[in-house]
Design a protein around this ligand. Structure first.
Ligand code: HEC
Length: 317
């Protein structure tokens, strides 16, 4: 009954054991069960109280039994208890792992030779070190077989898997962050909502020079296949963002419009205006645009030579 520290250790060990088991078996998603389910906190509190109660009862029982002992037996009992036995196991284990002999027993392992009074102990290698060494050997064999004999999985595969996973994450992220588009990532938007937004932007900003139907005025005709600065979503986005050639009057809209808005109005031009027949079409300017990424059979034979020179410099990819 003097060993109150044993009781406390017992209570704590049991408590964390039950806690760990609860966390392991209760499926609570990402969060620990103790946070996901407030009832779990109540449960653990009850567990703690019951454990303490059990210890108290054990202590009381022990006390009652102690009183029934004879004086001599009492003395023997106390003597055996006063040795703090609960730590000896741990200390022995620790010394064993260190592998060194206690100082008193050093005589057993002293070597014969004697260098001017300096003598040598034949200590064993510490077991923790030896076991770790064995573990590295096992690991090395497993590694060798896996990566050099079977070779079914190597750094390249791992890299490709990681890149593929990251690519998926980027795609998912882009869907939630449309506003991040730039010349490298812009793609033709075909959603009705984007095209309606594009139409509104066109109506508010572009009509004075390009006309409502895109027939052209100060600015060139946007309905034909001829482009001064290159067709296709990337070139058109680039023209809108950075403006036309100096002195022509087409400003860099990136000052006024957000990237997504520029992508929307560019898509509106390509999807809704391009190909329509305007009321007063302005004469074609520039050259016929041929998408270098289009499938081969759709490209006219002489198409490649007709590529506008700007398209090669502006088009990314
Ligand atoms: C002040 C007049 C003006 C306004 C307003 C204007 N543009 Fe232009 N735009 C031009 C001129 C001029 C050009 C020709 C630039 C050149 O030749 O370098 C042009 C060229 C273009 C081109 C490239 C055409 C080609 O053949 O390569 C696109 C695309 C375009 N504008 C889209 C727009 C959009 C979208 C808006 C509205 C956000 C807009 N423009 C507003 C004057 C204007």
């Amino acid at each position: 009954m003097k060993n109150s520290s044993t009781s406390w250790i017992r209570v704590l060990v049991l408590f964390f054991l039950i806690f760990g088991l609860m966390e392991y078996f209760v499926d609570s998603g990402d969060k620990p069960a103790i946070i996901a389910y407030p009832i779990a906190q109540f449960f653990m509190l009850m567990v703690l109280m019951i454990l303490i109660a059990i210890e108290l009862i054990l202590r009381a029982v022990e006390n009652v039994m102690f009183q029934t002992l004879s004086e001599e037996a009492k003395a023997r009992y106390q003597a055996s208890n006063s040795k703090t036995w609960e730590w000896t196991w741990g200390r022995k284990m620790y010394l064993k792992l260190l592998g060194s002999k206690p100082i008193e027993k050093e005589g057993e392992i002293i070597l014969d030779h004697n260098y001017d009074g300096i003598r040598e102990l034949d200590n064993e290698l510490p077991p923790w070190w030896v076991y770790m060494f064995y573990a590295t050997i096992i690991f090395a064999v497993a590694y060798l077989v896996r990566f050099h004999v079977f070779n079914d999985y190597d750094q390249d595969t791992e890299y490709e898997q990681d890149v593929a996973a990251a690519q998926l994450e980027i795609e998912a992220y882009k869907k939630t962050a449309k506003d991040l588009v730039d010349i490298n990532t812009v793609e033709l938007l075909t959603d009705a909502s984007d095209l309606t937004a594009g139409e509104a932007i066109f109506t508010n900003n572009c009509i004075p020079c390009h006309m409502a139907d895109g027939g052209g005025g100060i600015g060139p005709n946007l309905t034909d296949n001829y482009w001064i600065l290159g067709g296709g979503i990337k070139n058109v986005f680039h023209t809108i963002s950075e403006g036309g050639r100096d002195g022509k009057g087409m400003v860099a809209w990136k000052q006024t419009l957000k990237p997504l808005e520029m992508a929307q109005v560019a898509s509106y031009i390509l999807e809704e205006i391009s190909g329509k027949v305007p009321a007063n079409p302005k004469a074609a300017e520039g050259e016929i645009w041929v998408d270098p990424n289009a499938p081969q059979q759709e490209t006219p034979a002489e198409g490649m030579s007709e590529q506008p020179k700007d398209s090669t410099t502006i088009a990314v990819n």
